[in-house]
Design a protein around this ligand. Sequence first.
Ligand code: GAR
Length: 210
Amino acid sequence: MKAIVVLISGNGSNLQTIIDGCANGSIPGYITGVIANKANAYGLKRAVAANIPTTVISHKDYQDRQQYDAVLKEAILQYGAELIVLAGFMRILTPEFVQFFSGKLLNIHPSLLPKYQGLDTHQRAIDAGDAEHGCSVHFVTEQLDGGPVVLQAKVPIFPGDDASMVAARVHEQEHLIYPLVVRWFCQNRLQQRANEAWLDGLLLSVQGYA
Ligand code: GAR
């Protein structure tokens, strides 16, 4: 059973799927804490409802990223994290932080990486005329949204879709693939080796290969 810490900034629907996976036994782990950078993040309510301790560390209370990440790191260590799950945590992390937790940091991003790193991914995919969009779970490296991809899911974009319709479709897939990847990690089947992700001794992806 692995100790998991989940970092959020908002709704926490992905957090909910991991709470549920731990509760129903499909994820051999337990969430020791949920940390948010916003006091009004709805995901905090989800954590409280599941009797999970919560911490709010507001980025507004710190002068720079280094200071913020130092406090965040301590909070994560206090929770004894063996896996850190970024679930809609809308903060860029410092290289020092990422290196310290290297191999234990997972993120979900709402695009088919390496396409559409950064923000507004759904609108950008629509504007580009893409017929497909999706989401990616990846290990976090110093490169923003650039770490090795573990698993992706695709959804169609239909003519006339707006960003919220595409986002809803993507969210549904996120809720399937994120708990699955967390399950693999907690089963000791998934590893990051430098810029590669490995599952059951098989190479899943190579950074930069597309
Ligand atoms: C998810 O769509 C996730 O992919 C995205 O934030 C949303 C959080 O939803 N993450 C990013 O954009 C990270 N760059 P949730 O709070 O309902 O889980």
